[in-house]
Every structure is written in C-alpha cells, then in structure tokens.
Design a protein around this ligand. Structure first.
Ligand code: AP5
Ligand code: MG
Length: 182
C-alpha cells in the first residue's frame, strides 16, 4: 500500500522478478480494460480520469476474476487494492473462498512533495491521463480520505509494516524484503 506515486507498481514488479510472486494491480487491470475498449474499461475511465475511485462492486468483481487465474500456492502482491474499507471486508471474504488470507501489509511512506515530483516527472515522460496537476491533487486527497482508514484497519490487526519509500529503487526493495521477512 501507499499513496499515488509511492512506488507500489515499481516495487511490486521487483518482487515478481525476484521471488516469482504475482502482482495484482487494480490500476493496471483497469488501464488494460481501457486499452481494449471493454465496457468495464469505459466505466472505469470515467472515474480514473477524475482521480476518483472506481465503484467497489466493479473493482471487487474484477479482482475475483483475476484471482481465479492464479494458482493457490502462488503469493499474490496486491498493488492498489484494497483501497476502501468496503473493499477490505470484501477481500477477506474473497480470500476465504480461495482458502487464503492477508499475511502482511507493506506500507510505503513517501512525503507529499516527493510524490508530486515523481508524478510530475512521469506526466512528462508517459502522459498518463490521470497525471495532470489537478487530478494528481485529487488522487492524493482521495487516498487520505478513503484509503487512510484501510491502513488504520490493518494496523489494528497488527499486520502493517512501515517502509521508508524514499531512496533508490534498490534501497527500497531491500527494505521491503526485510519487512516482508519479519
Ligand atoms: P493506480 O494505477 O493504482 O495509481 P495510483 O495509486 O495513483 O499510483 P501510481 O500507479 O501512480 O503510483 P505507484 O504507487 O504505483 O508508484 P509507481 O511505481 O508507479 O490507480 C489509478 C486509478 O485507478 C485510481 O486513481 C482509481 O481511479 C483506480 N483504481 C485503482 N485501484 C482501485 C481500487 N482498488 N478501487 C477503486 N479504484 C481503483 O511510481 C511512480 C513514479 O515514480 C514512476 O514514474 C516511477 O518510475 C517513479 N519512482 C518509483 N520509485 C521511485 C524512487 N524510489 N525514486 C524516484 N522515483 C521513483
Ligand atoms: Mg501503480
């Protein structure tokens, strides 16, 4: 977990490469649907381009579908899910269906100024439609309002591991590996 631009995708890809885990990024799944022009993609785009979250039902259905494709003995690193308290409850039910559970929450901590720098840079390089200054601000606010309570929820369960998300990609990967092994 972590706010927009904190490195969730970058670090999840590292875990996939080095450990054979499978990344489940709801943002990437939505962008793939948008690219393929599916109905789900059209729905998702309306929310994503405003920096709002896609409705829980739509999101959870998509996650369920993706989970059915992943062998049960493979570790899944969720990137950008769950993001609301409702999704958190749904995830527990969903994982129970698959005889799985959430082992740990790795939370990347990055100050807002650094997030703005990173996303501003990516806007120039890649032109992601939600990387405009206005939408970036909205995404950061939505994270604080809707996802911060999810972090608190997992903290009460004692499974959150805080990871300093500032530094080189390799430095942060090493911190994550340590936190994941604790
Ligand atoms: P999503 O795609 O998840 O976007 P996000 O959370 O806004 O985060 P990003 O992907 O922008 O950042 P990241 O943390 O993955 O960092 P990254 O590695 O890319 O979601 C997009 C939208 O989809 C949401 O706004 C919402 O509308 C919808 N959505 C997704 N999930 C949903 C859900 N569960 N429910 C409802 N709606 C949902 O790194 C960022 C940049 O920084 C990159 O350019 C990278 O190269 C660079 N960088 C990475 N690490 C470093 C470093 N150590 N130093 C310097 N730069 C770095
Ligand atoms: Mg990402």
């Amino acid at each position: 977990m972590g706010p927009p631009g904190s490195g969730k995708g970058t670090q999840a890809q590292g875990l996939v490469r080095e450990r054979g885990w499978v990344q489940l990024s709801t943002g990437d799944l939505f962008r793939d649907h948008i690219k393929r022009g599916t109905e789900l993609g059209r729905t998702a785009k309306r929310f994503i381009d405003k920096g709002e979250y896609v409705p829980d039902l739509v999101t959870v259905d998509m996650v369920r579908q993706r989970l059915t494709q992943i062998p049960r003995d493979t570790r899944v690193v969720f990137d950008g899910f769950p993001r609301t308290v409702a999704q958190t409850d749904e995830l527990d039910e969903l994982l129970a269906e698959f005889d799985r559970s959430v082992d740990a929450v790795l939370l990347l901590e990055v100050p807002r100024t650094e997030l703005l720098t990173r996303l501003g840079k990516r806007a120039k390089e890649q032109g992601r439609t939600d990387d405009t200054p206005e939408v970036i601000g909205r995404r950061l606010d939505v994270y604080e309002r809707q996802t911060r309570p999810v972090v608190e929820h997992y903290k009460t369960r004692g499974i959150v591991r805080l990871v300093d998300g500032v530094g080189t990609v390799d430095q942060i990967a090493a911190r994550l590996a340590k936190a994941a092994a604790e």
